[in-house]
Structure formats: C-alpha cells, structure tokens
Design a binder for this molecule. Structure first.
Ligand SMILES: Cc1ncc(COP(=O)(O)O)c(C=O)c1O
Length: 352
C-alpha cells in the first residue's frame, strides 16, 4: 500500500499525489523507447489528449513550463514577438524561457480582473512590417487564469482573439494547465475553447493528480516541429509509459470529477467570508482557487498566518503577494478539511 503523506496541503493542486489506480497502472504499463516512437502507452496518451482537445496530434512533455516553451519555440523564430497577459504564467513564472532560449521578445499587455487582454490593445500591439521592429508572431492565452482567481474564460474570448490572429497571420497558443477546470466551470467541452487556438498545453500533474507531465497538442506539422524542440531541450524520455499510464487515467477519469474541487473551493470561500478581517468575494471563485486578503486593520502578517497554520494545525496554504493568500482545493482535500481550515483561520485571526 502506498504511503500517503498526512499533511493537508492547500498550497496548490500541483501537490497532489497519484491515486491508487494510477500507481497500479504505472506498475503494469507496457513501455518502449519513446524517443524511437516505440512506447505504446505514451502514444495512447498523446492520441487521447489530441482527441479530447480536437487536434491532430499530441506530444508528452515533462511539464507545463516545457509544453509552453516548446510551443513558443515551434511557432516562432529568433527575433519574433509574443503577445501575452502581463500576469500570465508564461510571462511571470517560467524563468523567461522563451526569451532566454528562443530569443523571442515577450510583449506583455494588461489584463482585466479575470485575466483577459483587451482586444483593442491586442490589435494595437501587433506590429507593422518594419525592419526596426520585432515581428509579431504569437499570442499566448491561459485558461483557467491562475493569476486571476482561476477565472474560467469563455469560448467567446478565444473566438475573438482567433479572429484577430487570423487577420494578422499570428499563431495562438493556449496554456491550458487547468483547461479542464475551466471547461467544468463553464459546463462546456474543452474543444469549445481549443477550436480557436493552434496549440494547447494541458497539465496532467495538477488537479488531475498524475505525478508528472503535460501534453502539448496541435497539427501534425506543429507536433513534428515540437518533437524536435523537445529533444533539443533534453525532454525526450525513454520508457516514459510508466508516467503516461497515470496520465491516461488522469484524462479519462480525473477530468470528470473536478466539480467536486470547485464545490470545496466555494465552501472555503463562503466560510472565509464570514470571518471579520478576511476579505474575499466568493462570487470571484469560479474554479478551484481561493484567493483572499487580510484587511489592513488586521494586526496579522500573511507569513504569520501561513506559519501558524503550518505549525499549529499542519495546514498548508500559500502566500501570494502583499496581503493576499491562496488556498487551492483538489482531489486530496475533503469538505471536513475545508471546515478545519476555516476554523483554524478564524481562531488565528481572532487571536485565540
Ligand atoms: C497556469 C500555469 N501554467 C503553466 C504552469 C507550469 O506547469 P509546471 O509546473 O508543470 O511547469 C503552471 C504551474 O503551476 C500554471 O499554473
């Protein structure tokens, strides 16, 4: 029986452990050398992801960061420019990879409270063909929007961005690390969004509980190029079917249960809203991410709250910025644990 770590961890859905079914599938996975294209379990995962996202082909990659980087390197060339939200994961949290390794210029644009760039600003950011200027090549989108309460952005936004990209000959990549959360919240299939983009990267190792990996999907030609970029980045893995086996379960079964995590996130938000000094609007919680602020009047530093939850209750939440904190629900968080967290925060805030 697999050992289960006892901590109750709300810091992120990246902390999720694989399920027993995943561990069993990993143990019995049929494998081969995937760099030779001979791992049937990896191929099955790639085909499944491509089918679920309405694309021709898929590529198993090591992480969400690598999926986004490979996409950028495959769509654009040295000297090109990529438009993205200024709070997008690709801009803020991926070590500047596309600039460092691809010589691409990021063009960050402001976003609204749900992570959407303004369509007019996107149009204005697209450059003339002028030798002084970088070449506008790519637009990067994200859904759900991790920096904006995990907002689930509607298909209409993708359709509108697609229309702009088509007019100007740009490509569109979607960082869909939590695309299945967004689709669940919107009550639509992921293809409602993905039909409007050229490529998508989805993460298996967040709310879907697989231990490792992401899948990048797109056209056959795009994936052909992406396979080359993956090798270049050292991401060609050999008997990776051991990992992909968990990914197949993630896509087949874990995508079907994400509403449970959104329900516990809503439960947490509503509970926190009853604590004086905690600032939160539960209506902003659309998926599994709960952001809340400590009122300036509260004589409590965010790090103190994080540390006291950890030391006194073995409850783990994340600091975000300034007086904002983040708690994320996932498969290993129960409604009872949510109540425990609410009660612990109430006790600390009230100085008990
Ligand atoms: C929105 C978003 N995109 C991409 C990533 C990168 O995923 P990984 O940690 O697998 O590199 C994350 C990670 O948390 C994320 O939240």
């Amino acid at each position: 029986m697999a050992a289960i770590h006892p901590s109750v961890d709300f810091r992120s859905d990246t902390v999720t452990w694989p399920t027993e079914a995943m561990r069993a599938a990993m143990a019995s996975a049929v494998v081969g050398d995937d760099v030779y294209g001979e791992d049937p379990t990896v191929s099955a995962l790639e085909d499944l992801a491509a089918a679920m996202l309405g694309k021709e082909a898929g590529l198993f990659v090591t992480s969400g960061t690598q999926g986004n980087l490979i996409a950028a390197l495959s769509h654009a060339q040295r000297g090109d420019e990529a438009i993205m939200g200024e709070d997008a994961h690709t801009f803020c949290w991926e070590a500047g990879g596309m600039a460092v390794l691809g010589s691409l210029t990021p063009r960050p644009l402001p976003t609204d409270h749900r992570g959407r760039m303004d369509l007019t600003q996107i149009r204005h950011a697209i450059r003339e063909d002028d030798p002084h200027l970088p070449t506008s090549r790519l637009i990067l989108l994200e859904n759900s929007s991790g920096g904006n309460h995990g907002a689930a952005l509607e298909p209409e936004y993708f359709e509108a961005v697609h229309a702009i990209a088509q007019t100007h000959g740009l490509r569109v990549h979607l960082d869909g690390a939590r695309l299945f959360n967004a689709a669940t919240a919107l009550g639509c299939a992921p293809t409602a969004m993905t039909q409007w983009v050229d490529s998508v990267s989805i993460c298996l190792s967040k709310g879907l509980c697989a231990p490792v990996g992401s899948v990048l999907v797109g056209s056959q030609d795009f994936i052909h190029m992406a396979r080359r970029q993956r090798k270049l980045l050292g991401g060609g893995m050999r008997q990776a079917g051991v990992l992909a086996a968990a990914g197949v379960i993630a896509l087949k079964t874990m995508t079907q249960r994400l509403q449970d995590d959104h329900t516990t996130a809503q439960q947490l938000a509503q509970g926190l809203a009853t604590i004086p000094g905690i600032l939160i609007n539960p209506a902003q919680v659309e998926t599994n991410m709960v952001f809340f602020d400590l009122a300036d009047t509260l004589p409590l530093a965010p790090t103190d709250l994080v540390n006291r939850l950890k030391q006194g209750y073995d409850l783990h939440i994340g600091g975000y910025h300034h007086r904002t904190l983040r708690a994320v629900t996932h498969y290993w968080i129960t409604p009872e644990q949510v109540n425990h967290l609410i009660a612990a925060i109430r006790a600390i805030v009230q100085g008990e």
